[in-house]
Write a protein that binds this ligand. Sequence first.
Ligand code: CTP
Length: 390
Amino acid sequence: MPRLLLCITGGIAAYKAPSLVRLFVKRGHEVRCVLTRAALPLVGITALQTVSGNPVYSDDLPAQFDMDHIRLSEWADMMLVAPATANTIAKFAHGIADNLVSTLALSVRCKIVIAPAMNTVMWDKPVTQSNLGLLRDRGFFVLPVGVGELACGDSGAGRMIFPESIVEYVACAQMPKLLAGKKVLIASGPTQEAIDPVRILTNKSSGRMGASLAAAALAMGADVTVVSGPAEVLPPEGVKRIDVESALQMHDELHSHFANADITIMAAAVADYRPARYSENKLARTSEMTIELQSNPDIAASLGEKKRNDQTIVCFALETGSEDRAVDKMRKKKCDLMVFNKPSDSLGTSDTSAVILLTDGSREEISGTKTSCAQKILSKAVSMLSDKTP
Ligand code: CTP
């Protein structure tokens, strides 16, 4: 796991730094924290030292090495600036090195990831957007911002995204921008089919794979839309998320976005059936009960019927049985890439996955973290896209 230098600058979101460190440590990163002067009053040094298990560095704290900025630069495999204020972003964009954090930005050789956080007016200012553009052009990975209520009372874009989303994106920071200019549509999570106001029929699905695919697609440069059922793990902030409950709602949303998508990924566990009748009132308990079911549409197959030559569809086949069934499904649904996996490899909370990528004529076994599998799936899907377009 990359050794992570977490640089905390003076935005209110600095108070979230200890939770962020904990999440990184849990994933196996070694973390060292560096704070600007403006961040010092916003976050507890002892808390950061305790959760990271390392000393904390700042211009006003005693130096730990003879030259902190050089030693820390040599140590780091990745530098994350969270929150990154408009002021620090401007310094990075123009090579100003007037404190430890901005000096580190000049002296590290590793990837720098930035999680901006500021008031919405500051975010919208052309100078901020142009500074961020400069940083992107120079290889910085600029994370999206959250939209909503801000610490100053305003509402709009500019909030630092949630620590969970930052951790997800950092895992994808080194991915190549193979999807620049591409639109990726992802269906994720389970669907829920209502029986009555309090009971549902559903499938087991955490939404973890869909979330990893969404983070990887965004990191690889795509414009990402996720149609998500009620999943335990939601896609990271910054991608367009459309929430649905039932298979019919998922069907309609996917069909309305499909024409614009270059790559569509059906990572959702769609319930194959729904109750034939919905009861407005909670059904009373009886000694026996029979629920009549009605088939839901096969969403992937219906998209397959509409697919143009410049589009690629990826499906998942969760099978307890043989791989042949997955190949049959691939043909029946007219999908280009089928990700075949066994329930033990995909359900539950494990962060790793082992899957087989099937196409018409190829078979490739892949394994690793869900993030690295997501990257391989997306790389394969985009290579198939370029094979199709002359
Ligand atoms: N799928 C879909 N619509 C459905 C059911 C499944 O779009 N009503 C998609 C899934 O998102 C997945 C692929 O089809 O990408 C295969 O799903 P799976 O449940 O393995 O196959 P089914 O077609 O449901 O066949 P079976 O239940 O017989 O295994």
